[in-house]
Design a protein around this ligand. Structure first.
Ligand SMILES: [Zn+2]
Length: 179
């Protein structure tokens, strides 16, 4: 069985604001006892926070399964990153086309990663161009200086995601997949 991850990715956050917002959300999650305060070896790519006594507050359907796994942490990721999944699917706001982006998308993502926040990407159907980081869809990628990666937690509830976004005061998007 592979590991499942859900990223709550913060939109429109600057490199300067990311550490402060990361600490704010961590403190809020610790205060609600959704995560343990200390860091431990519980994520696949670094240290994370294990589920706290009230972890179920974050879940759509509470499940204890996550408590029995070695990889079950929340990893708070500060720094420019592409939160990706294997099969992205985007939706054009202008014409409604739904598509799996190709090489031109990957080129734009590379340009963003190198530091160009304003890079644009055009819809393959109607050719209307928009800021790369504004693209959304059924299964988007997240391009951000800040993301919260939950390892093997069952589906996070809409309510929890909304509350966390309110703490941030920013829009968020969700990237989920299985390794
Ligand atoms: Zn379009």
């Amino acid at each position: 069985m592979g590991d499942f991850y859900q990223n709550i990715v913060v939109r429109d956050v600057s490199a300067e604001d990311a550490p402060r917002l990361a600490a704010k959300v961590r403190d809020w999650l610790v205060a609600r006892r959704i995560i343990e305060p200390e860091l431990s070896d519980c994520s696949l790519s670094g240290l994370g926070h294990r589920p706290g006594p009230e972890y179920a507050l974050a879940q759509e359907i509470p499940s204890e399964h996550v408590l029995h796994l070695a990889t079950n942490g929340l990893q708070i990721e500060v720094g420019r990153r592409v939160f990706h999944n294997l099969q992205p699917e985007l939706t054009c706001r202008v014409c409604g086309a739904r598509f799996e982006p190709g090489d031109d998308y990957h080129d734009a993502v590379s340009t963003w990663f190198e530091g160009d926040d304003a890079v644009s990407f055009a819809c393959p159907a109607c050719h209307v161009s928009g800021r790369l980081t504004d693209w959304d869809g059924e299964s988007p990628w997240g391009l951000s200086e800040l993301g919260f990666t939950f390892w093997n937690w069952s589906t996070l509830s809409e309510r929890f995601i909304r509350e966390l976004s309110e703490q941030l005061g920013r829009r968020t998007l969700i990237v989920r997949d299985k390794l």
